[in-house]
Design a protein around this ligand. Structure first.
Ligand code: G6Q
Length: 544
């Protein structure tokens, strides 16, 4: 693979950028009355208006060429073929297999994995039906009313996001909680108003060794046992596990009959449609869960088959590269205009930043270009009253993704049209701004004019769908997954490992005994870390 800076399209984009950076969206729209309808794509029920980007037809042509020179199509096929494209962990990357229809065949190491996927989905379905109908009884014979998912990172963010996003479809007679942080506050607050005899814990951990999850799982077992009179046999009725590590699950004391497996070819941040989604299925029911998988699959097929110029995820990924590597944008804001998507930006942070926050190529060479931007965001319209100021008038370029829906799930008076008016208004204001002349014409005193000018030319995508339902959520998640994939292919990095989280974990293991020791421990860190540890010990454990 030719190094990115040496690819023809990259060089051509660098030359093109010299002109493109001076183009204003006001001019681009004025010169082409069709722009707002032409630079749009509709695929699998999602509509993307990308006309308010600082691009011309040449930009798109060159970005498509860049994707071709980067072998995007070939790499997509490699992923779907089950090739071990996660090279540093020697693993296939097959979250697409999690949503493949029953009759598909996807091979890993000579085995079709689709039947295994559906066998687990069938078990999840049966289990969910038993819990939701009350057929599954707790230790004292009561039905389960509360479900607490214990997991962190990829074993938490997807489930929380999906639960919040699909709350409208959830079983309202049941309570769903999510515990992730090793801070005991998270666990204590999650269970403070729950009764152990009605509470099911799902311990979700791919490895079943994660410090936070195991610590919380142990506290949950103690809490549950205390509430149920201390009978160890109660664990079987109140704990299930989702993991790839049967041995560790058994060692923890959960019967492997109550374990829902997944596989090493499902990355943590790509696992919400595996058994890690058990809490989601319990909340929304198997039919809705399957509709969500179907939505993902539709987007998977679109990504696999649509030409790059008409390929939603590929195009969004390429536009991100355009801003990050040429305009030097450091962040991307994701702004869902739907309260139910309040955790969607947090979910995307892990998806994008853990995948593409990499500083070396697949061959281990330092990259000579920027990789993942920082993803962030909040649901609209709240953000408008806080950080949008900076997006409109600050000194940084922040490409925005606006997400809106034609129908509200909670129609109420004028609310929805007010909400949608704000989506369109924000994208319009960012793109076109307000000139000094326009500000003056409003009778603004001269000294105030510069403060009230909006330069405009601030790019955004607007994504619209009919309504937020499980199928659409599946499409949205798969859209961003594949956009992130596209970026990773062009940047020629391994988007599927996460070595960057290891060092802190190792150092924490060294510091834990130093904090817990009753004797003053010898410390061999740097002077700052030594001092912080000593100070904490002195304040937190004054008597030792
Ligand atoms: C995701 C990461 C990471 C992982 C958590 C939890 O891609 O690998 O966020 O999901 O560290 O790991 P376990 O599921 O093994 O507890």
């Amino acid at each position: 693979m030719t190094a990115l800076p040496r690819r023809q399209a990259w060089k051509a984009l660098q030359a093109h950028y010299k002109n493109a950076r001076h183009m204003h969206l006001r001019t681009l729209f004025a010169e082409d009355p069709e722009r707002g309808t032409r630079l749009t794509i509709e695929a699998v029920g999602l509509f993307l208006d990308y006309s308010k980007n600082r691009i011309t037809d040449d930009t798109i042509r060159l970005l498509v060429q860049l994707a071709e020179e980067s072998g995007l199509q070939d790499r997509i096929e490699a992923m779907f073929r089950g090739e071990k494209i996660n090279i540093t962990e020697n693993r296939a990357v097959l979250h697409v297999a999690l949503r493949a229809p029953r009759d598909t065949s996807i091979m890993v190491d000579g085995e079709n994995v689709v039947p295994k996927v559906h066998a687990v989905l069938d078990r999840m379905t049966e289990f969910s039906n038993r819990i939701r109908s009350g057929a599954w009884k707790g230790h004292t014979g009561k039905r389960i009313r509360n479900v607490v998912n214990i997991g962190i990172g990829g074993s938490d963010l997807g489930p929380v996001m999906a639960y919040e996003a699909l709350k409208h479809y959830s079983e309202r007679d049941m309570t769903f909680r999510f515990v992730s942080n090793v801070d005991a506050t998270d666990f204590k607050e999650a269970v403070r108003d729950l009764h152990a005899d009605e509470t099911l814990f799902i311990v979700s951990s791919k490895t079943f060794t994660t410090l936070e999850t195991m610590t919380n799982a142990n506290s949950a077992r103690d809490w549950s046992l205390t509430g149920l009179g201390g009978d160890p046999s109660s664990v079987a009725k109140h704990f299930v596990a989702v993991s790839t590590n049967a041995e560790a699950v058994a060692k923890f004391g959960i019967d492997t009959a109550n374990m829902f497996p997944f596989w090493d070819w499902v990355g943590g941040r790509y696992s919400m449609f595996s058994a890690i989604g058990l809490s989601t299925m319990l909340a929304i029911g198997p039919d809705h869960f399957h509709a969500m998988l179907d939505g993902c699959h539709q987007m998977d097929e679109h990504f696999r088959t649509a030409p790059i110029a008409e390929n939603l995820p590929a195009l969004m990924g390429l536009l991100t590269i355009w801003y990050v590597d040429f305009f030097r944008a450091e962040t991307v804001a994701v702004l869902p205009y739907d309260q139910y998507l309040k955790r969607f930006p947090a979910y995307l942070q892990q998806l994008a930043m853990e995948s593409n926050g990499k500083h070396v190529t697949r061959e281990g060479k330092r990259v000579a270009y920027e990789t993942s931007p920082v993803y962030w965001g909040e649901p609209g319209t709240n953000g408008q009253h806080s950080f949008y100021q900076l997006i409109h008038q600050g000194t940084r370029l922040i490409p925005c993704d606006f997400i809106g829906f034609q129908h509200s799930l909670n129609p109420l008076g004028r609310h929805h049209e007010l909400l949608m008016a704000n989506v369109f208004a924000q994208a319009e204001a960012l793109a076109f701004g307000k000139t000094a002349e326009e500000v003056k014409q409003e009778g603004t005193p001269d000294w105030l004019v510069p403060h009230r000018v909006f330069e405009g030319n601030r790019p955004s995508n607007t994504l619209l769908a009919e309504r937020l339902n499980p199928e659409v959520l599946g499409k949205l998640v798969a859209l961003y997954e594949h956009s992130v994939f596209t970026q990773g292919i062009v940047w020629h990095i391994d988007s599927f490992d996460q070595w960057g989280v290891e060092l802190g974990k190792v150092l924490a293991q060294r510091i834990i005994p130093e904090l817990e020791s009753t004797e003053e421990p010898p410390l061999h860190h740097d002077s700052s870390t030594n001092n912080l540890i000593r100070r904490h010990r002195a304040k937190a454990r004054p008597n030792t």
